[in-house]
Design a protein around this ligand. Structure first.
Ligand SMILES: NC(=O)c1ccc[n+]([C@@H]2O[C@H](COP(=O)([O-])OP(=O)(O)OC[C@H]3O[C@@H](n4cnc5c(N)ncnc54)[C@H](OP(=O)(O)O)[C@@H]3O)[C@@H](O)[C@H]2O)c1
Length: 251
């Protein structure tokens, strides 16, 4: 049975959907993100609908000290048995030679170092208890590079490597480590990637049915609910209309 789930990037998209999915099966939630007002609104809705305990924490995963301050002193009854490393972003879609190094820093600091910062705080408690489940949200972009995807793809390939390495390092402690890697999901992801340009963001999902963030949450929940001796190492899910990172059947 799952007691508490910590979700990074719970203020939007896949993280938000995971919060509702796990609340529906009775888990307590630790919701984190930078936009605390959004988290509080989600907390309020979930508490009202499902009556589970929710703790919202304003936290930038890239701020190592802030993460440690927030996560090293969680109330004992809110210690997570499932960690969903979901916070992440892409910034820009540019040829490498035209790329913005500040965007590179933010993607690597969030998608790679952010995941490490959070996991490093949570793993000791899981080791102490001899159980736990870390679920990293990867991407098809971590399997296949695409033109102009350079640093985002590299950051998600790093998530893939870190997931596999963690599984080895935590093997003796009975901790499950999974990667769930989606293809195209309609969230705020593309709005963020294109700096708020709604037209450009909308065009990403034109002419086909992308995944809904609830579809991804369903798969994450499935992986977490399997019996403790079963681990999904790696799961790639795509819209039916998508065959690879770049091949989409648009009508
Ligand atoms: N959408 C897709 O097509 C797709 C496909 C494959 C993989 N993914 C991956 O899925 C994950 C979730 O993305 P999404 O599609 O749900 O996008 P989204 O709607 O933009 O949500 C991203 C979440 O990450 C949080 N976040 C971003 N930077 C953060 C930081 N520095 N510190 C803490 N939280 C941060 C955001 O919260 P705040 O802004 O409140 O901090 C937000 O809650 C990402 O790792 C993304 O790479 C997405």
């Amino acid at each position: 049975m799952i007691h508490n789930v910590l979700i990074t990037g719970a203020s939007s998209g896949i993280g938000r959907s995971c919060a509702f999915r796990f609340a529906a099966s009775g888990a307590g939630l630790i919701l984190t993100g930078r936009r605390i007002e959004r988290l509080k609104a989600i907390e309020e809705e979930i508490t009202r609908s499902f009556g589970v305990k929710v703790l919202s924490i304003e936290m930038d995963v890239a701020d190592r000290e802030g993460v440690a301050r927030a996560l090293n002193n969680l109330p004992e009854d809110m210690e997570p048995d499932v960690l969903i490393n979901n916070a992440g972003l892409a910034l820009g879609l540019d040829l490498f030679q035209d790329g913005n190094p500040e965007f590179w820093d933010r993607m690597i600091d969030t998608n790679v170092k952010g995941l490490l910062n959070v996991t490093h705080c949570i793993v000791p408690g899981m080791i102490r208890k001899g159980r736990g489940h870390i679920i990293n949200i990867g991407s098809v972009a971590g399997r296949e590079v695409y033109a102009k995807g350079n640093v985002y793809c590299a950051s998600k390939a790093a998530v893939d490597s870190i997931t596999r390495a963690l599984r080895m390092d935590l093997l003796v402690h009975g901790i499950r480590v999974s990667q769930i890697a989606p293809g195209a999901v309609e969230t705020e992801f593309s709005v963020v990637r294109f700096g708020g340009d709604l037209e450009k963001a909308g065009a990403v999902y034109n002419g086909f049915q992308p995944l809904h963030p609830d579809d991804v949450a369903e798969v994450v929940h499935y992986a977490a609910m399997l019996p403790p001796h079963v681990n999904i190492n790696d799961l790639l899910l795509m819209p039916t209309a998508q065959a690879s990172a770049t091949q989409i059947n648009r009508k």
